[in-house]
Design a binder for this molecule. Structure first.
Ligand code: HEC
Ligand code: HEC
Length: 351
C-alpha cells in the first residue's frame, strides 16, 4: 500500500492537470465562440446598414457593372455611352467627328446609377413605353427621338444619327436593363416622384441658404462643379448645375417642378427616395435657386409644345395658353395656374 501512495498522488496530480488543461481549452473555445458571435453580429449589423444606406446604390451599380461585362459588345458600349458620355461623345473628345454633346454631363448625371435608380429617372422599363405621344413635338415619338431630346437639351448637343452605332448601343443597353432586372423591373420606380408644391413662389434667398448648406460641398458655391484633373477630355467628378457646361434652358431639369422632384429624392448625392433629407419646400426653393442662374440658350424654343395647353406649368419660356407671366411659370406659385387649366381646359396639371 505504502508504495502505492506516491503513485496515487501522481495520478491525482495528472487528473487535476488534465482538468486544468481541459478547463482552459473549454474556456478558450467559449471565448472564441463568443467573439465569433459578436463578430458575425457586427457584420450582420454592418450588412443591414449597408443594405439600407445609400451604399445600396453602389452595390446595385457593382452588380450592374459586373453583369454588363458578360453582355454583347453593343450592350457594353451602350453602358459606357450612358455612364461615360463625356469621355466618348463629349464636347472635348479628340476625334472631332465624335463630339455630339455640348457640355460635360453624362446621361447618368441625371439617370442615376446607369439608369437603375428608383425615381432617379430610371431607364428600366422605358423601352416598352415607346413610341409614345410627346407634347413637346405634338406627335408620336420613338425612343431614339426621346434620347435625342436629351441630347439636344440636357446634353446641350446635337442629335445622334438614328441608325448610328451610338444610338443602337444606347437602345440595346436600355432594353437589356429590362432583362437584367427581369421580374424585379417593376420594383424600380420610373421617372420622378411628385412633391407637394408649396402655394407660394420660390423663395430664392431661402434657396440660396439651403444650397450653401446642402450642395456646395460637391457642386461648389459657384455651381460649376469640380473637374477631374487626370483627364484630357474634360471629365467632372461633380457636374455643373449651371453655366456654359451644364444643361440648356430647354431641358426638363430647367423646369422648377421637375428639378425639385429630382433634387428632393436624389440629392445630396447618395440618398434614395426612401432617405430624402430635404423637405418639399426645401427642394422647391433650391430648384428655383439653381435654375435662376445663366446657362446655355437653345434656339427656337417658342416652337416647343405646338399645342400650348400641353406645356408643363413650370416651362420657363412662352408662349403659353394662359395669361400668367413668364416669371410665375418659372418660379410659381403654381396652384393658381393648375386651377386655371382645370377651369379653362378640364386639364389636371401636376408639372
Ligand atoms: C440634366 C439631366 C439629364 C441628362 C444629363 C439626361 N437626361 Fe434624359 N431625362 C431627363 C429628364 C428630366 C427627363 C424627363 C423625366 C420626367 O419628366 O419624368 C428625361 C427623360 C429621358 C428619357 C425618357 C424616360 C422615360 O421615363 O420616359 C430617356 C430615354 C432619356 N431621358 C435618355 C437620356 C439619355 C440617353 C441621355 C444622355 C445622352 C440623357 N437622357 C441625359 C434629364 C436628363
Ligand atoms: C456628395 C456630393 C453631392 C452633393 C452634396 C450634392 N450633389 Fe448633386 N450631384 C452629385 C453627383 C456626383 C452627381 C452626378 C451623379 C452621377 O454622375 O452619378 C450630381 C448630380 C446632380 C444634378 C444633375 C446633373 C447636373 O449637373 O445638373 C443636379 C441637378 C444636382 N446634382 C443638384 C444638387 C443639389 C441642388 C444639391 C443640394 C441639395 C446637390 N446636388 C447636392 C453630387 C452631389
Amino acid at each position: 500500500m505504502s508504495d502505492n501512495q506516491p503513485h496515487f498522488k501522481e495520478v491525482l496530480g495528472q487528473i487535476s492537470r488534465l482538468i486544468a488543461v481541459t478547463t482552459t481549452v473549454l474556456l478558450l473555445v467559449i471565448v472564441l465562440i463568443f467573439v465569433g458571435i459578436l463578430a458575425t453580429d457586427h457584420v450582420q449589423e454592418w450588412d443591414n446598414l449597408y443594405l439600407n444606406a445609400p451604399e445600396v446604390t453602389l452595390r446595385q451599380k457593382l452588380t450592374l457593372e459586373n453583369a454588363v461585362e458578360y453582355q454583347s459588345d453593343e450592350i457594353k458600349y451602350g453602358y459606357e455611352l450612358i455612364t461615360n458620355t463625356d469621355q466618348l461623345i463629349g464636347m472635348s473628345v479628340d476625334d472631332s467627328s465624335m463630339r455630339y454633346t455640348g457640355n460635360v454631363l453624362r446621361c447618368s448625371s441625371c439617370h442615376l446609377q446607369g439608369g437603375t435608380q428608383s425615381y432617379g429617372i430610371a431607364l428600366v422599363g422605358v423601352t416598352g413605353r415607346f413610341p409614345q405621344f410627346r407634347g413637346r413635338e405634338n406627335k408620336e415619338g420613338t425612343l431614339s427621338e426621346r434620347i435625342n431630346g436629351c441630347m439636344t437639351r440636357s446634353m446641350n448637343g446635337i442629335p445622334l444619327p438614328e441608325d448610328g452605332d451610338e444610338m443602337k448601343a444606347m437602345l440595346s443597353y436600355i432594353s437589356w436593363l429590362d432583362d437584367f432586372f427581369g421580374e424585379d423591373a417593376s420594383s424600380i420606380s420610373p421617372g420622378l416622384k411628385p412633391i407637394e408644391l408649396p402655394n407660394r413662389a420660390v423663395d430664392l434667398v431661402r434657396g440660396e441658404t439651403l444650397f450653401n448648406k446642402q450642395c456646395t460641398v460637391c457642386h461648389q458655391s459657384n455651381g460649376l462643379g469640380v473637374a477631374s484633373s487626370d483627364n484630357s477630355a474634360a471629365s467632372y467628378i461633380y457636374p455643373p448645375l449651371w453655366g456654359k457646361l451644364s444643361y440648356n434652358n430647354g431641358a426638363g431639369m430647367h423646369r422648377v417642378i421637375t428639378a425639385a422632384q429630382f433634387i428632393k429624392f436624389n440629392m445630396p448625392f447618395g440618398i434614395t427616395h426612401e432617405s430624402a433629407v430635404l423637405s418639399d419646400e426645401d427642394a422647391y426653393d433650391v430648384a428655383g435657386y439653381m435654375n435662376s442662374h445663366e446657362r446655355p440658350q437653345r434656339a427656337n424654343l417658342d416652337l416647343d409644345f405646338p399645342d400650348r395647353k400641353r406645356k408643363p406649368m413650370s416651362t420657363p419660356y412662352g408662349p403659353y395658353a394662359d395669361d400668367f407671366s413668364i416669371e410665375q411659370h418659372k418660379y410659381g406659385p403654381y396652384l393658381p395656374i393648375a386651377e386655371y387649366y382645370k377651369q379653362a381646359y378640364q386639364m389636371t396639371k401636376k408639372k
